[in-house]
Design a protein around this ligand. Structure first.
Ligand SMILES: [Zn+2]
Ligand SMILES: [Zn+2]
Length: 193
């Protein structure tokens, strides 16, 4: 997710429960791992998805920085925005948004560098190897963890965002938003695959 995702209007959206809806939606689409929590309305933020609060280890490319994620992300998807592509050097960023308390650096914190092209996205990387670790989105109160650095957590995306900026089409049947869903403060316009 890029700076446009983490702006103040999104914070406003989140404040009145936008994410809760997305989150329920994620539960419906993300398969059996999240399915046990299905049913009922939006849950309080801390309730999250009621899977076991398992802890998974991740690391940067060289291993100097190690971190843990606990529980489950609130939402997973694919971002096609030019910022994500430019920073990652890849056409698509598989994002997963976690509550900040679910993400903890356990080793090598002194090697964690931060780059913020805009205040909404504090991008964290290893200063030794340059490997990406996660991006803090303070205005959203969420952390985007690059799950390829956490081998034991499967990325199960529920939607594609900024598909209007795509360089690679993905025909996986998931919703494709030109920018962002309305719940994320976007236009809500969907595009063909
Ligand atoms: Zn992005
Ligand atoms: Zn490293």
């Amino acid at each position: 997710m890029d700076r446009r995702v983490a702006n103040t209007s999104l914070a406003g959206v989140l404040a009145f429960g936008g994410l809760s809806r997305i989150w329920r939606y994620t539960g419906d689409l993300a398969g059996p791992r999240l399915a046990s929590s299905r049913g009922g309305g939006p849950r309080p933020y801390k309730g999250k998805i009621s899977m076991k609060e398992q802890t998974h280890g991740g690391s940067c490319f060289c291993g100097a920085v190690r971190f843990e994620v606990t529980g489950a992300p609130n939402v997973m998807g694919y971002c096609h925005c030019t910022d994500c592509a430019h920073w990652s050097g890849a056409p698509i960023n598989a994002f997963s948004l976690w509550a900040p308390q679910s993400v903890k650096v356990t080793h090598g914190a002194e090697h964690v560098g931060t780059y913020a092209k805009s205040p909404g996205s504090q991008r964290k990387y290893c200063s030794q190897c340059g490997g990406h670790i996660f991006t803090d989105h303070p205005a959203m109160g969420l952390v985007d963890v690059y799950l390829t650095t956490v081998p034991s957590v499967e990325h199960q995306g529920a939607l594609h965002i900024f598909y209007g900026e795509k360089t690679l089409a993905v025909r996986d049947g998931l919703p494709k938003y030109r920018d962002l869903p309305k719940d994320f403060g976007g236009s809500g316009v969907e595009m063909p695959e």
